[in-house]
Ligand binder design. Structure first.
Ligand SMILES: [Mg+2]
Length: 178
């Protein structure tokens, strides 16, 4: 029981929190041996259900590519939503990933050809992105949601339970990396 409990904590408490995706820098990735990133879309690369590509996000994508970081998208949203955005930024994509299930991460890793320790999930939901990474056994670079408001009722429900896990991170001395 104790082990099970500890296991749950380890897959839900963020390991590291960034204010937004632009706050992840190549130096951090290099220092942690991360060579590939699996990117969520909604509230990670853009606002929920938005097709807007902010110049700062485009610049971040360019910075990652220049640093030789491999990128791919894994989203729980539909192909209709993900495809136009993914094609616009020139990335491969997996829709309907059902995170926290790990199938999307497995597909991504197969594409990227890296070890689990070299690939990090980047996303804004504890019970999807953080948990999928924890179950799969790869790092998660957790982001605060990019914009307030989620259209999906189930996401709204899950949001209510996220502060508890963020508090655990803060109580351990964790900070939001800017
Ligand atoms: Mg998201």
């Amino acid at each position: 029981m104790v082990l099970k409990f500890r296991g749950r904590l380890m897959i839900l408490t963020p390991e590291i929190v960034f204010r937004k995706i632009e706050c992840i820098h190549p130096e951090y990735l290099k220092a942690h041996g991360i060579t590939a990133l699996v990117l969520d879309v909604d509230n990670t690369l853009t606002a929920d259900n938005s097709q807007v590509l902010e110049p700062s996000v485009q610049a971040w994508l360019d910075e990652m590519r220049a640093a030789g970081i491999r990128l791919t998208i894994v989203s729980n949203n539909t192909a209709k939503r993900v495809r136009p955005f993914a094609e616009r930024i020139g990335l491969d994509w997996v829709p309907l990933a059902c995170k926290p299930l790990t199938i999307g991460l497995a597909v991504a890793r197969h594409r990227l050809g890296v070890k689990k320790s070299q690939m990090a999930m980047v996303g804004d939901q504890i019970f999807a992105d953080r948990m999928a990474a924890g179950l799969y056994g790869c790092p998660c670079l957790y982001l605060l949601p990019r914009a307030p408001g989620d259209r999906n009722k189930f996401v709204q429900f899950k949001r209510k339970y996220e502060p508890y896990w963020l508090d655990r991170y803060y109580k351990k001395g964790g900070v939001v990396h800017e």
